[in-house]
Design a protein around this ligand. Structure first.
Ligand SMILES: *Cc1c(COP(=O)(O)O)cnc(C)c1O
Length: 385
């Protein structure tokens, strides 16, 4: 029998173990050189002047929206098809998320619908690269600039990817990354804001550190007990940053390994009669966050859910990435959303299956995943007849 094939698995080598060990031995466990090195590495990789590390991608979204001046009464246009953090960020600052439906190929917001959703209260667009696909990022930026809106790029799923020559993280007024263990690089937990706007970076530096002046250092320095604004403890530890630095040094090889895994699935699933594979336009360089297939419209979301349960019973990781945000219980309750509000997002989201995805997935495991998926599809087809 095969062992369990997890949905995701971090790629940790001796390099990471040694980096974390030396951070522990350094005596400096927070606010130190490792987080600055990580900031420099991620900023330069995304062609940005500034990087501000923090405790999670969610914290990065929150800080960036505050620094952009988004607050109570404002509307923020965003996608219903994402991890919930992208819309929650608007709620944290007292703004209202305004969802728009998707382009069914890229699974990103349909640009025409973004334009149509702008009102006098619109203050910002949170543009998410769904599964790391940067399609339409230039269009969203052009819309934001024309209407004097802030564009926050939630690039948490796309580190290392590009659209033409432009790296993911470079499209908005700020971009944010998350370093949870399933992302392209991990720090265990962690995140970063990247931007070319010095003021925005300084405000985020202050926000992550209890509202202290941006340049304060630890210990005895006079500004440590000065709090210029209401801030948070969103700092990244040196231990986490050291892990991130080691991962960033390996980013190119991590991406190559993720591309190789994606290729294994593409080879095995191309021309599958019941599946729609991820659509990636030729000018996109994907760093591959996850590998999500979609069942054709002849299957229902209940059938999809049973397939996922069945795969899990066969020790194959699988997940319905992502349930629509507007249909989450508290969004329904608070904003009155019902099924049918965003038909394309709902049609897609009810039929997705994320497959086990990580660097080093073996051919044998890829075969087993695909056989198991085929078995589940066959079972559901038989159930009907
Ligand atoms: C991972 C992710 C985040 C941030 O997640 P954290 O767990 O807070 O680091 C935000 N938005 C999207 C779209 C994500 O995929």
């Amino acid at each position: 029998m095969v062992d369990e094939i997890p949905l995701s698995r971090p790629d940790i080598t001796d390099l990471e173990v040694e980096a974390v060990t030396s951070a522990l031995r350094s005596g400096r466990l927070s606010i130190g050189p490792m987080s600055e090195t990580l900031e420099t590495l991620v900023a330069s990789r995304t062609d940005r002047r500034f990087g501000v590390s923090c405790s999670s991608g969610t914290a990065a979204l929150h800080m960036a929206l505050i620094a952009m001046g988004v607050g109570p009464g404002d509307e923020v246009i965003t996608t219903p098809f994402s991890f919930v953090a992208s819309a929650n960020a608007a709620l944290y600052v007292g703004a209202t998320p305004v969802f728009v439906d998707l382009c069914p190929k890229s699974l990103n917001m349909e640009p025409e619908l973004v334009k149509g959703a702008i009102t006098r209260r619109t203050r910002a667009i949170i543009a998410v690269e769904a599964f790391g696909n940067p399609q339409y990022m230039h269009e969203y930026r052009a819309i934001a600039d024309r209407h004097d809106l802030a564009m926050l790029e939630d690039s948490c799923e796309g580190l290392g990817g590009r659209l033409g020559a432009t790296p993911i993280g470079k499209f908005g007024h700020a971009g944010v990354f998350g370093f949870y263990p399933n992302k392209q690089i991990t720090t265990g937990e962690g995140g970063m804001v990247v931007t070319d706007d010095e003021r925005l970076a300084e405000v985020c530096r202050s926000l992550r550190n209890q509202g202290r002046p941006a340049r304060t250092m630890g210990g005895a320095s006079g500004s440590w007990l000065v709090h210029e604004r209401m801030g948070f403890n969103y700092r990244l530890s040196e231990i986490q940053a050291a892990l991130g630095v080691a991962q960033m040094k390996r980013l190119d090889s991590l991406i190559l390994a993720r591309q190789a895994t994606a290729q294994k699935y593409v080879e095995r699933l191309l021309d599958h009669e019941h599946l729609i594979l991820p659509t990636v336009s030729p000018e996109v360089f994907m760093s591959w966050f996850v590998f999500v297939v979609r069942l054709s419209d002849r299957f229902t979301s209940e059938e999809r859910d049973r397939m996922i349960d069945g795969m899990r019973r066969h020790d194959v990781g699988a997940a319905p990435y992502f349930p629509c945000i507007h249909l989450q219980p508290y969004f329904r309750e608070r904003f009155g959303y019902r099924e049918g509000a965003f038909p394309i997002a709902e049609r897609v989201s009810g039929r997705t299956i994320a497959l086990p995805f990580f660097s080093g997935l073996s051919d044998r495991d890829a075969d087993f995943v695909v056989q198991t998926l085929d078995l589940m599809i066959a079972r559901e087809s038989i159930r009907r007849t």
